[in-house]
Design a protein. Structure first.
Lengths: 258, 304
């Protein structure tokens, strides 16, 4: 199998941006997005998409701009140019509190729970944008994640790393988002805890939430994903089905440390 | 030894410091800067109450030696302090593109402006509400405690306000959002909290409590344009002792600093030659001693 920067172009074309075909199922789409911090550009003409009920994994070296993609989608960073569309509507530059109300959830990599609040309060904060009664939703989340159920009245800062990660998911899921952005779910977790968290990601996805995930642990991340994008220097280098990327010699050599 | 008397006075003075400390800590927790205009916000509240009291002073029956009109004036003082501080937040602090040090320096300028405006309107002399000074409560005199009904009014009002704030923080949606925003502003926005609104409410509540503290300080002592600024250092000491940014720490710190301040005469009583003019110095020394052991204050957490 030769590396395939795009499905229909010469593999040796190199720097050409891979073709990224969107379809009627596309829920989230970034189209030629530039973005960065202050004057420092991180994303360079980045194009990718997420279809309904998919898990898509962003991999790539440190500083490739993986987390920046999520922050830009979520309005924590302003796109400098290009378009970000959710179900066809432009959400580029929208404030995070409004992005949530459009049906997108976000689990940051660090500081992703309110440490001084109880588990229950964390979940309530996850639902501030809902107008209806939060109790049924929160009860369902307690059922699905017994780990947090046992700790309802504990301050979130007292939770273990794995429990914290589960709470961070649960907080984002109170809104029952159509798309969930997850930044490095396995970061800082022991291998078996990380495996549990990946199981949770798959389970959330099975309930019809499309997931765009950044993962440092590329092999594990791709293993549970439908498709993957390899980012380098703020732009997409390769994209393919997750299995194909895992089998790809060039991707393996350059990005999977294989 | 009139220890009970000192403790009673300490309780009254602490009540005022606690009200001021909570406001300072609330604003610090959410706006992320040490607001040097906080003392003068107290002054604004006190003078707004003074002006109102001039109009409605005689109103109604007397509660705890205070005419009902005083409580109307108190409410006006609280609301004025809250609105003035919230307007300053919107017009000055929010429109500045600067860091917490820049905001701190700006707030010193804001403090001068508040004080100058008060002085232009009311003059720089000491003044008072003109409520008749009461005799100590007879029933307590045999125990060596001379406190007036006004002192009781101050302590009870402060306790009600602090209790009300606790209920707000722990059991209302706004209170949870305030704690969440103070804890992690980015995650608050990501969760859908409209943090700009929460910030505005925090300013209103924090400055309103400062206004109440200012009114009570004016009742306890006298009013002057420098009254709030003069007490600001003590309030800062209380907030830092409790753990800056922590509301409950500010309550505790305010209580301790106020108590220590009023217990200073005890030193001369037991033969240590430190006069009451060193009351604040003693409080600061104890603050420094506590910080040596707990650098983030009593209720402070390790810096994150």
């Amino acid at each position: 199998m030769s590396p395939s920067p795009s499905s229909d172009a010469d593999p040796d074309a190199g720097t050409d941006a891979p073709v990224d075909p969107t379809g009627p199922d596309t829920v989230l789409e970034l189209d030629g997005v530039d973005s960065g911090y202050g004057d420092v550009q991180v994303l360079d003409d980045l194009t990718l998409h997420l279809d309904a009920s998919e898990i898509v994994c962003l991999i790539g070296p440190n500083g490739a701009g993986k987390s920046t993609v999520l922050k830009t989608v979520f309005g924590l960073l302003q796109p400098w140019s290009g378009a970000i569309r959710y179900r066809g509507d432009d959400i580029g530059g929208m404030a995070p509190e409004d992005v949530v109300r459009n049906g997108i959830g976000y689990v940051p990599q660090t500081d992703n729970v309110f440490g001084s609040l109880t588990v229950e309060e964390n979940l309530r904060m996850g639902g501030v944008a809902r107008d209806d009664d939060l109790d049924p939703v929160i009860d369902r989340l307690y059922e699905r994640f017994p780990v947090v159920d046992e700790k309802r009245d504990a301050k979130a800062r007292t939770l273990s790393g794995g429990q914290r990660q589960v709470l961070a998911f649960a907080r984002a899921l109170v809104m029952e988002p159509g798309v969930l952005l997850i930044d490095e779910p396995s970061a800082g977790l022991a291998p078996n805890t990380a495996a549990d968290v990946f199981d949770d990601v798959r389970e959330v996805n099975a309930l019809d939430t499309a997931i765009l995930m950044v993962e440092q642990n590329a092999t594990e991340g791709l293993a549970i994903s439908d498709r993957g994008y390899v980012l380098d220097q703020g732009t997409v280098r390769f994209t393919d089905d997750a299995d194909a990327l895992l089998d790809d010699d060039q991707v393996s050599r350059l990005y999977l440390g294989g | 030894m009139p220890v009970l008397e000192y403790l009673a006075n300490g309780l009254v003075f602490s009540s005022i410091i606690v009200l001021a400390s909570i406001g300072l800590s609330l604003v610090y927790s959410i706006a992320d800067f040490a607001n040097f205009a906080h003392g003068d916000t107290m002054t604004v509240g006190a003078y707004a109450a003074l002006a109102t009291f001039g109009v409605v002073g005689g109103l109604g029956v007397s509660v705890l030696g205070l005419p009902l009109g005083f409580f109307v004036a108190l409410a006006v003082g609280v609301v004025t302090a809250a609105v003035v501080a919230a307007a300053t937040h919107k017009l000055v602090y929010e429109s500045l593109d600067t860091d917490s040090i820049g905001l701190l320096i700006t707030s010193i300028g804001v403090a001068f402006v508040y004080r100058a405006l008060v002085q232009i309107r009311f003059g720089s002399d000491f003044t008072g509400f003109g409520i008749q000074v009461l005799r100590p409560i007879e029933a307590l005199v045999p125990y060596g405690v001379r406190v007036t009904q006004h002192d009781v009014a101050i302590v009870v009002s402060a306790a009600l306000l602090v209790g009300g704030l606790h209920l707000l923080l722990q059991h209302t949606d706004l209170g949870r959002k305030m704690r969440a925003t103070a804890d992690n502003p980015d995650l608050a926005r990501v969760s859908g909290i409209r943090t700009a609104r929460v910030k505005l409410w925090t300013w209103l509540i924090g400055a309103g409590l400062a206004g109440a503290g200012g009114v009570f300080l004016g009742l306890y002592n006298q009013l002057s344009p420098r009254m709030g600024f003069n007490i600001l250092l003590v309030v800062f000491a209380a907030v830092i002792l409790g753990g800056i940014g922590s509301v409950y720490g500010a309550m505790l710190g305010g209580f301790l600093i106020g108590m220590i301040n009023q217990l200073t005469p005890l030193l001369s009583d037991v033969g240590i030659p430190i006069g009451i003019e060193y009351a604040n110095a003693v409080a600061f020394v104890i603050m420094v001693a506590v910080l040596l052991v707990r650098p983030n204050g009593i209720a402070g957490e390790a810096a994150t």
